[in-house]
Design a protein around this ligand. Structure first.
Ligand code: PEP
Length: 244
Protein backbone atom coordinates (compact mmCIF):
# COMPACT_ATOMS: atom_id res chain seq x y z
CA UNK A 1 0.00 0.00 0.00
CA UNK A 2 1.32 3.46 -0.90
CA UNK A 3 2.42 5.53 2.08
CA UNK A 4 -0.32 7.86 3.32
CA UNK A 5 0.50 11.45 4.23
CA UNK A 6 0.89 11.75 7.96
CA UNK A 7 -1.39 13.97 10.04
CA UNK A 8 -0.68 15.42 13.47
CA UNK A 9 -3.88 16.91 14.93
CA UNK A 10 -4.15 18.81 18.22
CA UNK A 11 -7.40 18.61 20.17
CA UNK A 12 -7.44 21.49 22.62
CA UNK A 13 -10.73 20.29 24.10
CA UNK A 14 -12.43 22.83 26.45
CA UNK A 15 -9.19 24.65 27.27
CA UNK A 16 -8.00 28.18 26.77
CA UNK A 17 -9.34 31.68 26.65
CA UNK A 18 -8.60 33.97 23.72
CA UNK A 19 -5.13 35.17 24.81
CA UNK A 20 -3.90 31.62 25.46
CA UNK A 21 -5.23 30.21 22.22
CA UNK A 22 -3.91 33.03 20.08
CA UNK A 23 -0.45 32.86 21.65
CA UNK A 24 -0.27 29.11 21.03
CA UNK A 25 -1.53 29.40 17.47
CA UNK A 26 0.93 32.23 16.71
CA UNK A 27 3.83 30.25 18.15
CA UNK A 28 2.99 27.27 15.94
CA UNK A 29 2.40 29.40 12.87
CA UNK A 30 5.84 30.99 13.30
CA UNK A 31 7.52 27.58 13.62
CA UNK A 32 5.66 26.21 10.61
CA UNK A 33 6.61 29.16 8.40
CA UNK A 34 10.27 29.16 9.49
CA UNK A 35 11.06 25.48 9.20
CA UNK A 36 12.88 24.22 6.13
CA UNK A 37 11.93 20.62 6.90
CA UNK A 38 9.14 18.87 5.03
CA UNK A 39 6.07 18.87 7.23
CA UNK A 40 3.27 16.37 7.69
CA UNK A 41 -0.32 17.58 7.56
CA UNK A 42 -1.02 19.53 10.75
CA UNK A 43 -4.37 20.53 12.24
CA UNK A 44 -5.38 22.45 15.34
CA UNK A 45 -8.83 21.92 16.82
CA UNK A 46 -9.49 24.72 19.32
CA UNK A 47 -12.75 25.21 21.22
CA UNK A 48 -15.57 26.68 19.11
CA UNK A 49 -15.17 30.11 20.73
CA UNK A 50 -11.63 30.41 19.34
CA UNK A 51 -12.18 29.00 15.84
CA UNK A 52 -12.58 32.31 14.03
CA UNK A 53 -9.63 34.02 15.73
CA UNK A 54 -7.30 31.03 15.50
CA UNK A 55 -8.33 30.57 11.87
CA UNK A 56 -7.16 34.13 11.11
CA UNK A 57 -3.78 33.41 12.72
CA UNK A 58 -3.34 30.16 10.77
CA UNK A 59 -4.41 31.59 7.41
CA UNK A 60 -1.52 31.41 4.94
CA UNK A 61 0.36 28.85 7.04
CA UNK A 62 0.59 25.09 6.51
CA UNK A 63 -1.50 24.49 9.65
CA UNK A 64 -5.17 23.67 9.07
CA UNK A 65 -8.05 24.61 11.32
CA UNK A 66 -10.29 21.91 12.77
CA UNK A 67 -13.34 21.76 15.04
CA UNK A 68 -14.10 19.32 17.84
CA UNK A 69 -17.65 18.33 16.87
CA UNK A 70 -20.51 19.21 14.55
CA UNK A 71 -24.24 18.58 14.48
CA UNK A 72 -25.62 16.21 11.86
CA UNK A 73 -28.29 18.66 10.68
CA UNK A 74 -27.51 21.59 8.41
CA UNK A 75 -29.57 24.01 10.48
CA UNK A 76 -32.55 24.10 12.78
CA UNK A 77 -33.75 24.06 16.37
CA UNK A 78 -30.63 22.64 18.07
CA UNK A 79 -29.73 25.09 20.80
CA UNK A 80 -26.02 25.20 21.51
CA UNK A 81 -25.01 23.00 18.59
CA UNK A 82 -22.90 23.97 15.57
CA UNK A 83 -23.66 22.79 12.03
CA UNK A 84 -20.95 21.58 9.67
CA UNK A 85 -21.58 24.38 7.09
CA UNK A 86 -20.97 26.93 9.86
CA UNK A 87 -17.57 25.35 10.49
CA UNK A 88 -16.78 25.25 6.78
CA UNK A 89 -17.67 28.94 6.53
CA UNK A 90 -15.12 29.69 9.27
CA UNK A 91 -12.40 28.00 7.23
CA UNK A 92 -12.28 24.66 9.05
CA UNK A 93 -10.79 21.79 7.10
CA UNK A 94 -11.29 19.03 9.68
CA UNK A 95 -13.82 18.15 12.35
CA UNK A 96 -13.44 15.53 15.07
CA UNK A 97 -16.55 13.35 15.42
CA UNK A 98 -17.32 10.54 17.86
CA UNK A 99 -14.64 11.46 20.38
CA UNK A 100 -15.06 9.16 23.39
CA UNK A 101 -15.78 12.18 25.60
CA UNK A 102 -18.75 13.04 23.35
CA UNK A 103 -19.85 9.41 23.17
CA UNK A 104 -19.73 9.20 27.00
CA UNK A 105 -20.85 12.69 28.06
CA UNK A 106 -23.45 13.27 25.35
CA UNK A 107 -24.57 9.70 24.71
CA UNK A 108 -23.58 9.78 21.05
CA UNK A 109 -24.24 6.54 19.22
CA UNK A 110 -22.34 5.12 16.24
CA UNK A 111 -25.30 6.01 14.02
CA UNK A 112 -25.15 9.62 15.19
CA UNK A 113 -21.39 9.73 14.67
CA UNK A 114 -21.87 8.46 11.12
CA UNK A 115 -24.56 11.12 10.49
CA UNK A 116 -22.15 13.79 11.75
CA UNK A 117 -19.35 12.47 9.54
CA UNK A 118 -21.71 12.52 6.55
CA UNK A 119 -22.75 16.09 7.37
CA UNK A 120 -19.06 17.04 7.45
CA UNK A 121 -18.42 15.39 4.07
CA UNK A 122 -21.37 17.20 2.48
CA UNK A 123 -19.66 20.54 3.05
CA UNK A 124 -16.12 19.46 2.23
CA UNK A 125 -14.84 18.96 5.78
CA UNK A 126 -12.63 15.98 6.63
CA UNK A 127 -14.16 14.12 9.57
CA UNK A 128 -11.70 12.58 12.05
CA UNK A 129 -13.81 9.67 13.28
CA UNK A 130 -12.74 8.41 16.72
CA UNK A 131 -13.10 4.83 17.92
CA UNK A 132 -11.67 3.03 20.93
CA UNK A 133 -12.37 0.41 23.56
CA UNK A 134 -12.84 0.89 27.30
CA UNK A 135 -10.53 -0.71 29.88
CA UNK A 136 -13.18 -3.34 30.70
CA UNK A 137 -13.60 -4.23 27.05
CA UNK A 138 -9.84 -4.67 26.65
CA UNK A 139 -9.64 -6.77 29.83
CA UNK A 140 -12.42 -8.94 28.42
CA UNK A 141 -10.49 -9.37 25.16
CA UNK A 142 -13.25 -7.58 23.20
CA UNK A 143 -11.16 -4.64 21.99
CA UNK A 144 -10.86 -5.72 18.38
CA UNK A 145 -14.52 -6.56 17.94
CA UNK A 146 -15.49 -3.29 19.68
CA UNK A 147 -13.36 -1.04 17.46
CA UNK A 148 -14.15 -3.04 14.32
CA UNK A 149 -17.86 -2.64 15.02
CA UNK A 150 -17.44 1.07 15.74
CA UNK A 151 -15.73 1.77 12.42
CA UNK A 152 -18.27 -0.32 10.52
CA UNK A 153 -21.16 1.62 12.06
CA UNK A 154 -19.60 5.11 12.40
CA UNK A 155 -17.92 5.61 9.03
CA UNK A 156 -19.75 7.13 6.08
CA UNK A 157 -20.07 4.66 3.22
CA UNK A 158 -18.32 7.08 0.87
CA UNK A 159 -15.11 7.23 2.94
CA UNK A 160 -11.92 7.66 0.89
CA UNK A 161 -8.26 8.32 1.88
CA UNK A 162 -8.66 11.99 0.94
CA UNK A 163 -11.97 12.62 2.68
CA UNK A 164 -12.00 10.71 5.98
CA UNK A 165 -9.53 10.04 8.81
CA UNK A 166 -9.97 7.47 11.60
CA UNK A 167 -8.42 7.88 15.06
CA UNK A 168 -7.89 4.84 17.28
CA UNK A 169 -8.14 6.19 20.81
CA UNK A 170 -8.40 3.60 23.56
CA UNK A 171 -10.63 5.28 26.16
CA UNK A 172 -8.38 4.13 29.01
CA UNK A 173 -5.36 5.85 27.41
CA UNK A 174 -6.96 9.28 27.04
CA UNK A 175 -5.56 11.79 29.52
CA UNK A 176 -4.23 9.02 31.80
CA UNK A 177 -0.55 8.88 30.88
CA UNK A 178 -1.10 5.23 29.89
CA UNK A 179 -0.45 4.04 26.35
CA UNK A 180 -0.89 0.63 24.77
CA UNK A 181 2.29 -1.21 23.79
CA UNK A 182 3.41 -0.68 20.19
CA UNK A 183 2.35 -4.32 19.58
CA UNK A 184 -1.16 -3.57 20.86
CA UNK A 185 -1.41 -0.47 18.66
CA UNK A 186 -0.14 -2.40 15.66
CA UNK A 187 -2.71 -5.15 16.31
CA UNK A 188 -5.56 -2.62 16.60
CA UNK A 189 -4.53 -0.71 13.47
CA UNK A 190 -4.12 -3.93 11.50
CA UNK A 191 -7.62 -4.94 12.51
CA UNK A 192 -9.04 -1.53 11.57
CA UNK A 193 -7.16 -1.64 8.28
CA UNK A 194 -8.72 -4.98 7.33
CA UNK A 195 -12.18 -3.79 8.42
CA UNK A 196 -11.97 -0.66 6.26
CA UNK A 197 -12.45 -0.97 2.52
CA UNK A 198 -10.22 1.98 1.59
CA UNK A 199 -6.67 2.94 2.72
CA UNK A 200 -7.99 5.55 5.17
CA UNK A 201 -5.41 7.30 7.38
CA UNK A 202 -5.32 5.77 10.87
CA UNK A 203 -4.19 8.04 13.69
CA UNK A 204 -3.31 6.89 17.18
CA UNK A 205 -4.54 8.98 20.13
CA UNK A 206 -4.23 8.62 23.91
CA UNK A 207 -1.48 10.17 26.06
CA UNK A 208 0.75 10.82 23.06
CA UNK A 209 3.45 13.34 23.98
CA UNK A 210 6.80 14.69 22.87
CA UNK A 211 8.66 11.83 24.57
CA UNK A 212 6.72 8.93 23.07
CA UNK A 213 5.80 10.42 19.67
CA UNK A 214 8.72 8.84 17.81
CA UNK A 215 7.91 5.35 19.10
CA UNK A 216 4.20 5.77 18.37
CA UNK A 217 4.89 7.07 14.86
CA UNK A 218 7.34 4.24 14.18
CA UNK A 219 4.62 1.67 14.98
CA UNK A 220 3.54 -0.07 11.78
CA UNK A 221 0.12 1.09 10.64
CA UNK A 222 0.20 4.47 12.44
CA UNK A 223 -0.35 7.35 10.00
CA UNK A 224 -0.30 10.15 12.55
CA UNK A 225 -1.44 11.25 15.98
CA UNK A 226 -4.45 12.85 17.59
CA UNK A 227 -3.01 14.74 20.54
CA UNK A 228 -4.98 16.06 23.50
CA UNK A 229 -3.13 17.36 26.56
CA UNK A 230 0.29 17.68 24.90
CA UNK A 231 -1.18 19.88 22.15
CA UNK A 232 -1.68 22.64 24.73
CA UNK A 233 2.07 23.15 24.86
CA UNK A 234 3.34 24.63 21.58
CA UNK A 235 6.89 23.31 22.09
CA UNK A 236 5.74 19.78 22.84
CA UNK A 237 3.27 19.77 19.96
CA UNK A 238 5.87 21.06 17.53
CA UNK A 239 8.31 18.31 18.60
CA UNK A 240 5.57 15.82 17.76
CA UNK A 241 5.05 17.45 14.35
CA UNK A 242 8.78 17.15 13.64
CA UNK A 243 8.77 13.54 14.83
CA UNK A 244 6.34 12.80 12.01
C1 PEP B 1 -7.83 13.04 22.96
O1 PEP B 1 -8.64 13.41 23.80
O2 PEP B 1 -8.14 12.98 21.77
C2 PEP B 1 -6.50 12.67 23.44
C3 PEP B 1 -5.76 11.94 22.67
O3 PEP B 1 -6.17 13.13 24.68
P1 PEP B 1 -4.74 12.97 25.43
O4 PEP B 1 -3.67 13.12 24.38
O5 PEP B 1 -4.73 14.04 26.45
O6 PEP B 1 -4.74 11.59 26.01
Amino acid sequence: MAELRRLIAGNWKMNGLMADGLARAKALRTRALRTKRPLPDIALCPPATLLAAVGKVLAGSPIALGAQDCHQAEKGAHTGDIAAPMLAELGCRHVIVGHSERRANHGESDAQVRAKAEAALRCGLIPIVCVGESAEQRRAGQHLSVIGGQVERSLPSAATPETVVVAYEPVWAIGTGLTPTPQDIEEAHKHLRTTLDAPIRLLYGGSANAANAKTLLATPGVDGLLVGGASLDADAFWKMVLAA
